[in-house]
Design a protein around this ligand. Sequence first.
Ligand code: PMP
Length: 377
Amino acid sequence: MIPGPIEISPSVGAAAAGAPPSHTSPGLIAAFGNALRGMRQVWRADASSQPFVIAGSGTLAMEVAAANLVGPGDRVLVVKTGYFSDRMVEILRRYGAEVAEVGAEVGDAPTVDQVRAALAAGGPWKALFATHVDTSTAVRIDPEPLARLAAEHGALSVFDGVCAVAGEPFEMEGWGADLCFTASQKAIGLPPGLALMVASDRALAARQARTASPPPLYLDWLSWLPIHRAYEEGKPSYFATPATSLVMALAAGLAEIFEEGVEARWQAHQRAADAMRAAWAALGLRLVPKDGLAANTLSALTLPSGLKPAEVVPRIAAQGVLVAGGLHPAIRDTYIRVGHMGVVIHRPIDLERTVRAVAAGVAGDAESAVAAFRRAL
Ligand code: PMP
């Protein structure tokens, strides 16, 4: 129940555990093509967009975003909501970008008006970066107005969807977003190891227009583009060896999402999160995110004063449930994080067990928390 790596389904596990296919085998080519088409559906992206599947973690996806879109002297605005937006700032600076930041107190997010004002105060902007759900605070922003604001300023909009994709609504085409990336070990429900992203045709064009200072070869979309196109056309191809077992798992995981339906999966995350929040309220645990900003993929819970994650997390683990400690440096010692994404949202029995374990960890009343959970579900 940590916010990733999460549990995987039996069919994803089986797909990943087969004999590792060759990168040119018909089965792998078919799975890769299906996975790319499936990603467009999950991201709600149009046919002109380009999905990429590159071996690496979510941080690699962040590097790929920066390396392809940003060069020395480019102005970018980062909307800051926690630890992972700080990481994005650091990465962008290493690529030579001039980074402006618009932030808020821990647990809060800048308003759309504040972002609008920050854009109006500077520029010209190459891109706006925002974290859909910051896993360090569980703060969720609304990407839609930010994507529109970026477009109004002629800037690309880039979303870190690592703790959101497949768990929170996202409409790449409808909102005009230019890039959204995630990592396989989160709500999409695979083992760790894949950086997954979908780029708009505008984002690809921005890379193609950059002739000076090309990105490192492995990070360059243009290295991968012919390979990904070939896989969608059902043809073998090679640039660098893909994580073939994980690609098999990706195709299986996406197929499961489509069985349920993308929107149904978002709604199931919402229901599970609402029920968990009802339990936290019954236990008297305050959420780190301010009202209306709490993500559906995880809960960040402020501990009663005097309790520290270093004692509470092991007490919860003693009940057989693994949750995470704090991550945001400003509040690290005051809160814990409980993931609720992927297969577990359809297992109320495990969610209840988590509620009971957390209740034990904070010496709260498990029965009333479980009752609140059941009523809300
Ligand atoms: N962004 C967000 C929002 C994340 O939650 C994480 C990982 N927890 C990352 C980026 C980095 O991903 P990884 O740990 O897979 O490198």
